[in-house]
Each structure stands twice: as structure tokens, then as C-alpha cells.
Design a protein around this ligand. Structure first.
Ligand SMILES: Cc1cc2nc3c(=O)[nH]c(=O)nc-3n(C[C@H](O)[C@H](O)[C@H](O)COP(=O)(O)OP(=O)(O)OC[C@H]3O[C@@H](n4cnc5c(N)ncnc54)[C@H](O)[C@@H]3O)c2cc1C
Length: 747
């Protein structure tokens, strides 16, 4: 007798009545409140008194957080498949991966024909559904780059672009009764969804046999097809247990129009069924299969990852190489990747479970991914695990009067700036709005207010961290102060930051200047830039960007923030900088910090490929010796992007041993990006003696020498000790790994 070992799910089946229009939605909210797993709606678009099912699903998705959604079942003859595929991907994205597609081949043909749909015979309707599924799957298959063409008898698509990629593989459940439909379900479906009221005794067993045989013929494991059933209020717990154990039904959907029926189902029947089925399964040693995959999907898994024993809370949103959402993890902003498995926790508890799962996989790489802008941080990897915490992206104003704000690691700085702007507050971040809180706040944060406000991490008041053993620790000056010290500069080595509490500062309109310089003498220019910035008022923070000379001429582009809205003050503070070389272009605008952040962000998908090459340096003064080496490097074309940012000022007010970001007396942070190691590395070797250390976020070199430059000796010695305490197996190692096994104490 079949028990396919699928997880048990319980759902509601609601009539989309418009009398009153609030009723179906209220029943859906009740379904979530009662802890049901799924809410479904009938779909009869020709029924004048019904709300449109898709609109209702969308409304429910936006009002709920957890419950899964489906049409039960959607009338495909009235829902154009290519459009339905896009709608499904959209709703899946908007609902965070909670959509399933229940599909039917059509019934009530008079109604369908009245709506302009084509009247089909039963055989034609099955063939049309088969083509429709191909169209839907094809549009959703973003792993294919070529536009989709299907020249079917019932549906034709002629070069339709694929996408958007849904959050998860959207299962297709088919409402089938007759052998042809059952065989189609076996060949192309992910689930069989009949209603008990249309079944005769023996139909479930007969249906299962047809599906199982046809699945095997199609080279599929019968367990790839989940068995769902619309039950009736007459069935009690014993009936459902029998249906689960004897007929393989794992998802039970109860009519949900009567709240009393729903309550009884959720509060009495479902728990009893769960308990009895689980007890029976454990007696028989049946392993509960959390997620069923096809042979082709299984073939894309990588070795050494225990895909079948994921924590239950993470299964639905986990991303394997064969999933549509996987395309997101082939590229970060700066580098490419091809992880073996991506876990996407949505709560702190789920992060804890993900980390615990990762500890059992110490031998494969582990990346912690917040917003994907890592240079030094390998948040993506090849064949390893990635814990993507981008869903933890809340921004919560704790107390506007003190500037206290609590932020999740997945929030991007542009969003933080936008949330704080109405309160006339800001947290100095980096210069790029798309960068994530998780990566930047744990390493440094050198941005537009660096000289006036210091680093981003100087504004951190506490952080909640999931440690390597899966425990959650709160770290602040008073609680776990060692961990708090380490998280501010070397955070990626100590755990996953899951909640950051900052103290934002009052900020009004500021001036943002952009200068383009003609640079006849680069060495003189760099020395003058250094002097001008160092002697500027602290309200001035600027950066200059240089590339190789073009047509024999050197140009420089500078961006400078002046924290003032008074035109005379702005001009007075900018003038000494404007004077250092001939200006070929200039602009100054008054703007909010949120507007500046919004100017430096892209909402295009990240497209990094391969490995970036970047070297970083922290330096106290831009000396002529340093400037000469930079001039030689640029002259040779060894770096295509060279940037000098201002630090110093408030950054240097903080004692060097107060946080793990230790090189406080540097006035400048420099970054050179190159495309060929041979070119850039040769020149960089000559720059190194002029540097004090490096800012790890801008360095792609790994190993002991780079580690020694990232942290002053005493800082590194203390970090090594703490690493042994907090992460003795070296689980967190994707970003300037401090190996706990290495006993060298550099002092
Ligand atoms: C275009 C661009 C502009 C930049 N501008 C600036 C700038 O102006 N100032 C500046 O200081 N930096 C800047 N950076 C560097 C940036 O701060 C780092 O690359 C940062 O790590 C990116 O964070 P992320 O969350 O976006 O990246 P991810 O790739 O998601 O993460 C990078 C690394 O950070 C660590 N990490 C991520 N999340 C967490 C977490 N929750 N807990 C613990 N560790 C975590 C991991 O080691 C991970 O590998 C810039 C980078 C880019 C690509």
C-alpha cells in the first residue's frame, strides 16, 4: 500500500464569493491564524457572483506571511498559459515562495465558451493542458537563455522571453480523474489533486496505480508526484489517517467556508492525524521525504551535501542547482559562483538552524550572503553552502529621539538611508547604496561622512550574532564585550550578524560636489589632494578616482561631500580642493543623504563573473614616494580603477584597540583594481612599503601576509584567541579567515 512519505500538509478550500467580498479573504486569514499550511480557492471565472481567484490570491498573499497559496484548480482554458506563468512567478516572488499552481483542463464548458474560451472535447482538453504546462514550465525556466517557442495545436508562443525567476520551483498540481489526465499528471505534474466528492470507492487506489505506472514509464519516481485531496467535513481524523497510510494522501484540503469546520480541522483533526501518521511511519521506519526531486534535478546535486536531511523549516526555500531561483546565485556584484546549496532563512531561529546544518558540513565551503557585494568576502562559492540572510532586511526605528534603529543584515544601505531620512537621521555607510548591512557593518564602513562621523561600525551599539555552535548571542559594550569588539572589524570570522542596533546621527541637506580634473602632474596632484583633504574641515569627506592615462592625458574624477547647506560655507570648503589642478567639469548639488545613496545603486541583477582582483591600502599621508609608485602603476595600465578615499578625522578619534578595525591613524584608504595579477601585483609590491595596513573589504588577497596587513599585531593576536573560543573549528572562513588551528601569535 502506498505511503510515499511526503510531509503532511493541511489546507482550506474557500469559495471566492463576493457576498460579502471580504469573506473569502477573512477565511484565508483565519486559515493562517489557525496554523494551516495552505489556503486554496475555487476558480470559476464565468461565475458572475465570484471574485476573481487570482486577484484574491494576490490580496491574500499580501495580507499573510506564512501560509501557502493555490488555485483549486485554475481553469486553464480561461487563463492564457504564458500570462499565467508570469503571474505565477510574480506572485511567488511577492509572497516569498508560497505559490503552487493547481490546474484543471476545464469543466463547465458552457461557461467557458460564454467567456470566449474554446469549447474542447475531453481528449482535446487533456492535450491542451499538456501544451499549457509546457508553456508555463518553459516561461519559468530561466536556466534557458533562448526565447521559448512552442507551436502547439492549442497554444503557440513565438519567441517569448523567459522569467522572471520565481522564488522557488512552483509545483503544478493537476485536478485529474480519468486515465488520460492521470497519465498526464504522472508525466508532467508535481501533484494529483482530486476531490473526494467526485470519487467512487477504489478510485484513489486505481488512480495511484495509473500514476505510479505512468511515472515509471516516463522515467520518474512515483514519489515525485504528491497526492493531495479535497476532503469533506464528513471525514474525521481516523479517515484521514487511513487515507494517508493506505492511499498515500499527504495534503488534506478541507472546505473552509464555515469557520467552525476550519477550527475543528486545524485544532483537532490535523494534530491527531499528524501524530498517528508520524507514529505509524516511525514504527515502519518510513523516512519522511521532505522534498521530492526528479532524477534530472538530483543529477545536478554536488557531493558531500546532505540534501535530504535539511531542517524542515528551511526545506521549502532551499535552492539547489536545478531550481529556478538558483540563477540568482551564479553572480554576486563582483564575482561569479556556483554553490551546491543555498539556505534562505527568514527568521533568526532559521539562521540558527542553517548554521547548525552547516557545522555538519565543515568540509565544504560556507558563504554568508547578505547583499552580494563582497570583494574579500566569498559570499558565493563553488560547490559549497551559502546561507543567504537577505530576507532578514527589516529596518525598525527603536527611538527616533536617540537615533536608535534596529536593522537586519539583508537591508541595503539605500533602504536604510530612505527609512531614516524622514527623521532627519543618517548612519554613515559606504558610498554605494546597494551594499548590504551584513557585509559592511561587520568589516568597517568607509563612506561619505567618514571624517565627520567615523566608520559605520563606530555607530553600532549592539549586535545579535549566531555563533558557530548555532547559539544566539547578544553583544554590546556590556554584554559579551569581547565578541562585540571582534564583530566590529572582523565580524565575518565570528558568526552571522542577524540584528544590528545603530545610533543614527542628525543629518540635514548636504552638498555633493563632483569635479573632473585635468592632471598634468600626477605626483604633484596626489600630494596636493592629500594636503587639501587633511587640512579640510571635518565636514568634508572626499574621494578621487583615477584610471590609466587616455590619449597621453591623465584625468581624475573627485566626489566630495560637505556637510553644510550654506552656499558660502560650501564654496569656502570646496575651494582649496578645486584649486589643486585645472577643472574641466564641476557640479555641486544640495541633496539629502538618501538621495545621494539612491544615486549609487542599481536594481539590475548582479552580473559578476570569475574572480575580482583588488588591493587595498591604508596610509597616513599621501607622500611623494607613494604617489610616484601610483603614477607608475597607472602609467603602465596595471590598474583600471584606482581610488583614494578619506578616512582620518572622526575615524581616528576612536582608540586603535577599541574595535577590531585597528588602523585608526590612517587618513586615506586606497583601492586598486586590476584585471591581470602579473601586472597589478608587480606594481603593488612597490606600493606596499608605503602602506600602514589594509581595509579588508577592498582586498582580494588571502593568506597570512594579507591577514597581517588587515589587523595590527595586537589586534590579530586577540582575534586569534577569540576565534579559538567562538569558532574553534573555523566554520566561518569566507572572509579574511583567521585559522583557529594556527597557533602563531603575532605580537
Ligand atoms: C560597488 C561596491 C561599493 C562598495 N563601497 C564601499 C564603501 O563605500 N565603503 C565600504 O566600507 N565598503 C564598500 N564596499 C565593500 C563592501 O562593504 C563589502 O564588500 C561588503 O562585504 C559587502 O557587503 P554585502 O552584504 O553587500 O556583501 P555579501 O557578498 O553578501 O557579503 C560579503 C561578506 O561579508 C560577510 N558577511 C555578509 N553578511 C554577514 C553577516 N550577516 N554577518 C557576518 N558576516 C557577514 C561575509 O564574509 C561575506 O562573504 C563596496 C563594495 C562594492 C562591490
Amino acid at each position: 500500500m502506498p505511503d510515499y512519505g511526503h510531509p503532511l500538509r493541511f489546507g482550506s478550500f474557500i469559495t471566492p464569493t463576493s457576498a460579502p467580498a471580504s469573506r473569502p479573504g477573512d477565511l484565508a486569514l483565519l486559515s493562517e491564524e489557525l496554523g494551516l499550511d495552505l489556503v486554496t480557492f475555487q476558480d470559476h471565472p464565468y461565475q458572475a457572483t465570484f471574485l476573481d481567484t487570482w486577484t484574491l490570491l494576490t490580496w491574500v498573499a499580501s495580507r499573510t506571511e506564512r501560509i501557502h497559496l493555490a488555485g483549486n484548480v485554475l481553469s486553464l482554458p480561461l487563463r492564457q498559459p504564458a500570462v499565467l506563468a508570469r503571474a505565477a512567478a510574480s506572485l511567488d516572488l511577492l509572497s516569498n515562495g508560497r505559490l503552487s499552481l493547481g490546474l484543471g483542463s476545464g469543466a463547465f464548458w458552457d461557461g467557458i465558451a460564454a467567456m470566449g474560451g474554446r469549447r474542447l472535447s475531453p481528449g482535446q482538453a487533456v492535450a491542451a493542458l499538456s501544451e499549457g504546462i509546457d508553456v508555463i514550465r518553459g516561461v519559468l525556466d530561466v536556466s534557458q537563455t533562448r526565447p521559448l517557442r512552442i507551436d502547439g495545436e492549442y497554444y503557440q508562443v513565438n519567441g517569448v522571453k523567459r522569467g522572471p525567476a520565481p522564488t522557488h520551483t512552483i509545483p503544478i498540481w493537476i485536478g485529474a480523474y480519468k486515465p488520460k489526465m492521470l497519465r498526464l499528471t504522472a508525466q508532467k505534474g508535481d501533484g494529483w489533486l482530486p476531490s473526494i466528492s467526485y470519487l467512487q470507492p477504489g478510485d484513489l487506489a486505481r488512480g495511484n496505480t495509473i500514476i505510479d505506472e505512468a511515472a515509471r514509464e516516463a522515467g520518474r519516481d512515483p514519489a515525485e508526484i504528491v497526492r493531495l485531496l479535497n476532503v469533506s467535513p464528513n471525514e474525521n481524523a481516523e479517515d484521514l489517517v487511513r487515507l494517508a497510510l493506505d492511499e498515500g494522501i499527504s495534503t488534506f484540503i478541507m472546505p473552509g467556508d464555515d469557520p467552525r469546520v476550519l477550527r475543528r480541522f486545524a485544532q483537532e483533526i490535523a494534530p491527531a492525524v499528524r501524530e498517528q501518521v508520524e507514529a505509524d511511519r516511525s514504527r515502519r521506519g518510513v523516512v519522511s521525504r521532505t522534498r521530492i526531486r526528479t532524477a534530472a534535478q538530483l543529477a545536478r546535486r554536488v557531493p558531500n551535501i546532505d540534501y535530504d536531511n535539511l531542517p524542515a523549516s528551511l526545506v521549502d526555500r532551499a535552492v539547489e542547482p536545478s531550481d529556478p531561483a538558483y540563477a540568482r546565485y551564479l553572480s554576486g556584484y563582483m564575482r561569479g559562483g556556483a554553490p551546491g546549496l543555498v539556505l534562505r532563512p527568514q527568521t533568526i531561529e532559521e539562521v540558527q538552524e542553517a548554521v547548525t546544518y552547516a557545522t555538519a558540513h565543515r568540509e565544504v565551503p560556507l558563504g554568508i550572503f547578505s547583499a552580494g557585494h563582497g570583494l574579500s568576502g566569498r559570499s558565493l562559492n563553488h560547490g559549497g553552502l551559502v546561507i543567504d540572510v537577505s530576507s532578514l532586511n527589516s529596518i525598525e526605528m527603536v527611538d527616533a529621539s536617540t537615533g536608535r534603529v534596529r536593522i537586519g543584515p539583508g537591508a541595503r544601505w539605500v533602504e536604510v538611508a530612505r527609512e531614516l531620512a524622514p527623521h532627519e537621521l543618517a548612519i554613515t555607510s559606504g558610498d554605494y547604496g546597494g551594499v548590504g548591512v551584513g557585509g559592511l557593518a561587520t568589516a568597517g564602513g568607509v563612506g561619505w561622512f567618514a571624517r565627520e562621523h567615523g566608520l559605520t561600525l563606530d555607530h553600532l551599539r549592539s549586535v545579535d550574532v549566531v555563533l558557530a555552535d548555532g547559539t544566539l548571542k547578544h553583544a554590546s559594550e556590556t554584554e559579551n564585550p569581547d565578541l562585540f569588539w571582534a564583530m566590529r572589524g572582523a565580524g565575518a570570522n565570528f558568526g552571522v550578524g542577524v540584528s544590528f542596533e545603530f545610533e543614527a546621527k542628525p543629518v540635514g541637506k548636504v552638498a555633493f560636489a563632483q569635479f573632473a580634473f585635468d592632471v598634468p602632474d600626477l605626483v604633484a596632484f596626489l600630494e596636493s589632494w592629500g594636503t587639501a583633504i587633511e587640512s579640510a574641515d571635518r565636514s568634508v569627506t572626499g574621494q578621487v578616482i583615477l584610471g590609466p592615462p587616455r590619449g597621453g592625458k591623465q584625468y581624475a574624477q573627485a566626489m566630495i561631500l560637505v556637510d553644510s547647506a550654506d552656499p558660502d560655507t560650501i564654496i569656502e570648503r570646496l575651494q582649496p580642493i578645486a584649486d589643486i589642478a585645472p577643472l574641466i567639469d564641476q557640479s555641486v548639488a544640495l541633496a539629502g543623504y538618501d538621495e545621494i545613496m539612491a544615486a549609487f545603486v542599481s536594481d539590475e541583477p548582479q552580473q559578476g563573473q570569475g574572480e575580482p582582483l583588488a588591493h587595498s591600502g591604508l596610509i597616513e599621508h599621501l607622500t611623494s614616494g607613494f604617489a610616484k609608485e601610483i603614477a607608475a602603476m597607472l602609467e603602465a595600465g596595471a590598474s583600471y580603477f584606482f581610488q583614494i578615499r578619506a578616512v582620518g578625522g572622526a575615524v581616528a578619534d576612536v582608540p586603535s584597540d577599541a574595535t577590531a578595525y585597528g588602523w585608526r591613524d590612517a587618513n586615506f584608504s586606497v583601492l586598486a583594481m586590476g584585471s591581470a595579477r602579473s601586472g597589478l601585483d608587480d606594481y603593488w609590491k612597490r606600493v606596499l612599503p608605503h602602506l600602514e595596513g589594509l581595509y579588508l573589504s577592498f582586498e582580494t588577497e588571502v593568506g597570512e601576509a594579507a591577514l597581517g596587513r588587515a589587523f595590527p599585531p595586537a589586534t590579530l593576536a586577540r582575534l586569534r584567541e577569540l576565534k579559538r573560543e567562538y569558532d574553534p573549528t573555523g566554520l566561518f572562513r569566507d572572509n579574511f579567515f583567521i585559522n583557529p588551528a594556527d597557533v602563531t601569535v603575532t605580537q
